[in-house]
Design a protein around this ligand. Structure first.
Ligand code: CDP
Length: 225
């Protein structure tokens, strides 16, 4: 049987991590896990329940009520996240969640909750996981680590186009402010801040097509297999 590895993709907001992770998982027959979806789903739960996340007791209680799982949507072939058995894949992409998720993701108890589940998903290898701390904290011994970046203007345009389809009221300025604020909070938090792992390979896809970025990553995979 072919050797299976763990591939981690970390990087700045909206620089195409999930696109590359999905491409790689499809090309290799691996499972793709969107760790950001877990933080977004937890945030959605906190918003709905009016959880005061500055209060550790309320956070603990809320986390005990949350069950997350991923399921493959047969129509799209993509895995989608479920929060207590409800498919929230589309709801969690809303700006309302995006505006709070980085604050929620600074909470140590929230990170412990998500990281424990992420690690158990990696036990069988053959996984591509994207996020902020996957190569540094979740799988520090992963065989292949990629750290992605892209020009901020390009990242804002990409995310704006994605969000505009669902909500034509969204503005470029709102999207830019959200990406910049999340990048700041994510890279300055105390627990597992966003940073490039020492053994991660940098991929700047500002001027790459999605075919070119897949080609770049597949060459890296080939060296590891
Ligand atoms: O896709 P995008 O770049 O917008 O972000 P995401 O992957 O959906 O992650 C949303 C937020 O979750 C990030 O801005 C982080 O605050 C948090 N996150 C994290 O702290 N650790 C991870 N491994 C993944 C996401």
């Amino acid at each position: 049987m072919a050797k299976k590895i763990i591939i981690t993709i970390d990087g700045w907001s909206s620089c195409g991590k999930s696109t590359l992770a999905k491409q790689l998982a499809t090309a290799l027959g691996y499972v793709y896990i969107d760790s950001g979806a877990m933080y977004r789903a937890i945030t959605l739960y906190f918003i709905r329940k009016n959880t005061d996340w500055s209060n550790p007791a309320e956070v603990k209680e809320a986390l005990e009520e949350i069950v997350l799982h991923f399921e493959c949507n047969p129509a799209s072939g993509k895995s989608e996240i479920f929060l207590n058995a409800e498919n929230v894949e589309y709801l969690i992409r809303d700006l309302v969640v995006a505006e709070k998720v980085s604050d929620v993701a600074t909470i140590a108890a929230v990170r412990d909750f998500a990281v424990a589940q992420q690690r158990s998903m990696g036990l069988q290898k053959g996984i591509v996981m994207d996020g902020r701390d996957i190569g540094t904290t979740v799988f520090p011994h992963a065989e292949l680590k990629i750290f992605m970046t892209a020009d901020i203007t390009i990242r804002v345009e990409r995310r704006f186009k994605e969000m505009y389809v669902k909500n034509p009221n969204v503005t470029l300025a709102e999207v830019k402010a959200n990406l910049e604020s999340r990048d700041y909070i994510d890279s300055h938090r105390e627990v597992s801040p966003l940073r490039q792992a020492e053994d991660a390979i940098l991929l700047d896809n500002s001027n790459l097509s999605i075919e070119e970025q897949l080609d770049f990553a597949l060459k890296l995979v080939a060296k590891k297999l």
